[in-house]
Design a protein around this ligand. Sequence first.
Ligand code: PGA
Length: 237
Amino acid sequence: MKWIKAESYEEMSKIAAEIFKEELQVNREMVLGLATGGTPEGFYKELVNAYKAGEISFADAKSFNLDEYIGISPENEASYHYYMDQQLFNHINMKDENIHVPTGDTSDLAKAAADYDAMIEAAGNVDIQLLGIGVNGHIGFNEPGTPFSLGTNVVELTESTREANKIYFDSLDEVPTHAITMGIQTIMNAKKVVLLISGASKQEAYNRLRSGEITEDFPASALHKHKDVIVIYTDVK
Ligand code: PGA
């Protein structure tokens, strides 16, 4: 695991975007693994700017997002699909058929989960997976206690996660209780992982990851077993 300290949120976003840009410039058919949340917003701005400046093209690239809420349609403004459209997809030239976000509004979630892993595998696996980290150490929506061996699956969200995400809803009651997420194993199959950590609320998660301990109680610790992980952090000590 390689650790890069950024002096600011903007610098963290730029360093991460640079890693993706460099790959895309040599591999036009890159498979991007993407994340939602507050942390990657600056990263998406950097990618959109690079696209608009003609530095990169997504014409032959594919993307797979980490997760989606259950019971929320892609058109719902609180959905991760909607977030991704706003932050990235509406502004770049990735083809619709190459954009993948797990399906959370289907009656057959088990099939949606299995199909998602099959699609990622058929695409040759993710080249670079972007990750944020939850205050409880979750990656994607893999909450503490998740077996590292799981592929894409349906999870019950913890109260701390629902609490952290209620800013995107009118009230806590409206935050979904379940989500569909790439599993830890799906994430570990990515060829490279870029993990962003920003801000004081993530101090404890940062400390725990930095300790090197590997435990299913702290999902991000699985990444210690991956051979190519870059952690870019800012505003944590
Ligand atoms: P955040 O979410 O970027 O909004 O803090 C990260 C996460 O929960 O994985």
